[in-house]
Design a protein around this ligand. Structure first.
Ligand SMILES: Nc1ncnc2c1ncn2[C@@H]1O[C@H](COP(=O)(O)OP(=O)(O)OP(=O)(O)O)[C@@H](O)[C@H]1O
Ligand SMILES: [Mg+2]
Length: 307
């Protein structure tokens, strides 16, 4: 389909006999920040490496910029900037010197390329500080500056906020958003912590044990899944019947302790109490909850303990 900068179909990767990525259909739209979210070992890095031709897919197809990507070609790779593993920089040189070396190695001819890429990530050009003296957050920025030195349209960043403190995360978020908002870039970013890509991702893909469990607009996902009403009333069978027939609620679940959780509803708690009371059921407890996004992520990836 038109408008996707990255589109995969049935993307699959085996390491020996073991499938690491299974049938992944990824859709990254132009101009958006797409957050690939998954726990350690879920398959984020492997997907990104396949998109860059750094590792070969076992099965499936990849389209980049609406063209089939079969093998790494300069004309395609020039349009992509990536930060996969922590890039190596010379510790005893400044960021500017490091980037100048990189620019010449990559054949970047634009004379302002280093200055521009440093500015885009919010670092000052010709700063005298050595790379070794930079904080982790600054080092991550140099890594991203290196990824955008050739002014690519698409950025693939593997855990760029890993290890940053909350302020570092917020700063990174702001400049990544600026890269899409002001400079029109498209960004595929991975993380294992939902809060790191909160307020930044337009689209989210949840990857777990090599499967893409969910691919959704992040705002919609938040609106629809984070709220539920919990209800305690007896007798349970009668309550369930009333929920189905009178309140016409479709999405709910009954917990082990008999609490009913009602999802995706505009219904007011008052209305629930009223309808149940009119039908002879008195409510013990009713309460509206906002689940945290982290809870939701844990819920769909099977909770703690799965790596
Ligand atoms: N070169 C390799 N050889 C064998 N198995 C591999 C190789 N690379 C990755 N894997 C396996 O593939 C799975 C996915 O790994 P991957 O590195 O893509 O996960 P990830 O989501 O990036 O994890 P993390 O958050 O820890 O970076 C893991 O089970 C991993 O052990
Ligand atoms: Mg990884």
């Amino acid at each position: 389909m038109d408008g996707f900068l990255i589109e995969t179909e049935g993307l699959t990767k085996y390491f020996g006999e073991t499938p690491a990525i299974k049938d992944v259909d990824l859709h990254v739209k132009k101009g958006e920040i797409y957050g690939l979210l998954g726990r350690n070992g879920a398959g984020k890095t492997t997907i990104m490496k396949m998109l860059l031709g750094l590792t070969k897919a076992t099965k499936g197809t990849i389209q980049l910029f609406n063209k089939p990507f079969e093998k790494p070609e300069k004309s395609i790779l020039n349009r992509i900037g990536a930060m996969i593993e922590t890039p190596g920089f010379y510790p005893n040189l400044t960021a500017t010197e490091n980037l100048e070396i990189l620019a010449s190695l990559r054949g970047v001819i634009h004379k302002d390329a280093v200055k521009r890429s440093l500015e885009q990530v919010g670092l000052s050009y010709k700063d005298r500080k050595l790379y070794a003296e930079y904080s982790l957050g600054m080092k991550q920025r140099v890594g991203i500056a290196a990824a955008i030195i050739h002014d690519p349209e698409l950025l693939i960043l593997d855990e760029p906020v890993n290890g940053l403190d909350p302020i570092g995360v917020a700063e990174m978020r702001d400049f990544l958003k600026r890269l899409t908002g002001e400079y029109g870039k498209t960004i595929l970013i991975s993380s294992h912590i939902l809060s790191e890509i909160d307020l930044m991702a337009d689209q989210i893909g949840i990857i777990h044990a090599g499967l893409l469990l969910e691919e959704r607009n992040y705002r919609e996902l938040k609106e629809q899944n984070m709220q539920f009403i919990s209800l305690k009333a007896e007798p349970l069978q009668r309550v369930i019947q009333l929920i189905d027939e009178k309140l016409r609620v479709k999405e709910y679940q009954v917990k082990e302790d008999g609490t009913i959780q009602i999802f995706n509803t505009e219904i007011k708690t008052k209305q629930i109490v009223k309808v149940l009371a009119e039908n002879g059921v008195f409510v013990d407890e009713v309460c509206r909850h906002s689940d945290t996004l982290e809870d939701y992520f844990k819920k769909i990836t099977g909770g703690e303990g799965i790596a």
